[in-house]
Design a protein around this ligand. Structure first.
Ligand code: ZN
Ligand code: ZN
Length: 267
């Protein structure tokens, strides 16, 4: 059993082929996937998939790359996160790669998400790119430890991974770890204990080897597990079991609702 802890089923590359994407995922023993939200309007498309499909979960949040989009408030995020299939706040974080300063709005938006996650009692999905020092600093300043969460599609150094793990966060590896060029990241994956690790596709982007360059989808997440197993010299089953268990634990998903047809009220 594998789990894809981060994908974007509402992006056009996948949305037009959703029945095929879901059936290939299930054929590949991928028992759950977290469909991640990147804008508030997109949430209206993200949630219905989770409501309809028992093995798909949703998040709510506004990605740091989206500058021209409705700004979330703590109250709004908490309200949308009340749905039992909404298991996380994000993706949020900082990205200084695509956009340049002044980015105070991006930092403020990240703070709003951390406050919402604490208030809602749901974990954070954090995206960080070319901004790791500020990301960790804001997590510390806003008490992100109280919400917990995951550093998704991790590409930073082992020091950053350690700082995140010290705050109680998980580290999630994507198909990037399978790339020949990703030697440093492979060392990080070797050092991050399985107890703190998740795997993801971040589909439709970053397809793992041997699908590199193609459209990515949740069915490919076992290829990330295969690479991690090779790096750590353990079996694929070991990686699959640990990352699946971590996913259900972090996102507070009870085993009995994994196969439920309809969302069940938990509170
Ligand atoms: Zn991201
Ligand atoms: Zn993403």
């Amino acid at each position: 059993m594998f789990v894809d802890s981060h994908c974007h089923l509402s992006f056009p590359e996948l949305a037009g082929d959703l029945p095929g994407v879901l059936s290939r995922m299930r054929e590949n023993r991928v028992v759950a996937a977290l469909n991640v939200c990147t804008t508030l309007p997109e949430f209206d498309v993200v949630l219905p998939v989770a409501e309809r499909e028992p093995d798909i979960y949703a998040s709510v949040g506004v990605h740091p790359d989206n500058s021209d989009t409705p700004e979330p408030t703590v109250d709004r995020l908490c309200e949308l996160a009340r749905h039992p299939k909404v298991v996380a706040i994000g993706e949020t974080g900082l990205d200084y790669y695509r956009l340049t300063e002044p980015l105070e709005w991006q930092r403020e938006r990240f703070r709003v998400h951390i406050r919402a996650a604490r208030a809602a009692g749901k974990p954070l999905i954090i995206h960080t790119r070319a901004a790791s020092a500020d990301t960790i600093r804001l997590m510390q300043e806003e008490g992100a430890t109280q919400a917990g969460g995951v550093m998704h599609c991790f590409t930073e150094s082992l020091d950053v991974a350690r700082a995140a793990m010290d705050l109680g966060f998980y580290v999630s590896f994507s198909g990037i770890v399978t790339f020949k060029s990703a030697r440093e990241l492979q060392e990080v994956a070797r050092a991050v204990p399985l107890e703190r690790m998740l795997i993801e596709t971040d589909a439709p982007y970053l397809a793992p080897v041997p699908f590199r360059g193609k459209r990515n989808e949740p069915a490919f997440v076992p290829n990330v597990a295969i690479k991690i197993a090779e790096l750590k010299a353990v079996t694929v089953e070991t990686v699959a079991a640990a990352t699946t268990e971590n996913f259900f634990h972090l996102f507070n998903i009870l085993p009995q609702i994994v196969n439920a047809k309809a969302p069940i009220e938990l509170q």
